[in-house]
Design a protein around this ligand. Sequence first.
Ligand code: ADP
Length: 384
Amino acid sequence: MNVFEKDSNIFQLLSEGISEGIILVNTSQEIVATNSSAEEMFGYKKNELIGKALECIIPRRYHHKHGGHFSSFMKKSEKRKMGHGRDLSGLRKNGEEFPVEAGLNPFTLYGQSYVMALVTDITERKNYTLNLEQTVKERTKQLTDALEKEKELNELKTRFLSLVSHEFKTPLSSILTSVTLLSKYKESTQQEKRDKHVNTIKSKVRQLDTILNDFLSVERLELGKVKYTIEAFPLSRVINEVVYDANMLLKTGQQIRYPDNVDEVVVTFDEKTLALALSNLLQNAIKYSPEETTIKIIFTITDDNFIIQVVDEGIGIPKKQQKHIFDRYFRAENALLNQGTGIGLNISKQHLENLGSTLSFESQENVGSTFTIQIPKTIKSTTQ
Ligand code: ADP
């Protein structure tokens, strides 16, 4: 019978009112007394822990270190907190671990040394802290995202304003010139001249329309507002439409070579996205190629994909700038004399990738570029 059993009434009286678990061990690390909070915390019945080794409430992986800590603590014999900033765990009878905090109080009674451990189950506090950390993390991310969006929006606005003043001015002044000249050609014999100016106006209006559409497209992509319609359609319809529009932009002697193997081809995809991407590629091919060159549209079917390529004999893209070509607003240094916004390729690629297809290119400066759209054959008809 140990002293605590002997003095059990006094010990129990003192310890039972405490919500912390009390565990008393002797120098052989044998548990000599507990209160009911400790028994409940570790999942034992009344007095079940008495006589057991202290290690039965410590997870196995700490056993080897624990012995050393215990004896050096006994030697110093002073009151302290356990763990020193380390996370401590207790082991329940059913094998479950839980986080604890423990204070150790050595004392001597009737010539025997003991340690009283005051143990607190800090699961709730830990969860609360973890939840709080998680909430703070989530809120910080939301704020950073919002800030990022705000920054992008500001960048877009600034970009838009500088474009309005730069990219819009040139076509608008050509439109103004053509309109002014048009009013001067009054004779019926001057129809050819009138047609020329009407065509200039049409092409410049188209140019402005493209820039505006690009901006709207960026905004819709940003806001996740894009709706795609996946349907089967004849490939020739899209190519005809895009080539028809592009013809108006051709420079002297430039020609577009149409693929001769698309007549019967039916593609299942979002028709508008394909038209947007293809028209962007074709307009670039025209814009970044000199007069008297040919632009080829090549169509290939593989086992898994439809492949559409636009090949030009133009200025090409400098090697060291190729990795940025799909970045929004990026324009290669050799392209700066031409009008442009650096948006077209970026949005085409994003739209195509949203639908599981790809856009890639190969290019050599002063030789030409090949842009490739690859559409998987297996895209299912849906309206998203
Ligand atoms: P934009 O043509 O309005 O500048 P894009 O996003 O369509 O914007 O193209 C981004 C950049 O990629 C261009 O500014 C140009 O530097 C380069 N580029 C695109 N297509 C071609 C091409 N066919 N030949 C050479 N450079 C090209």
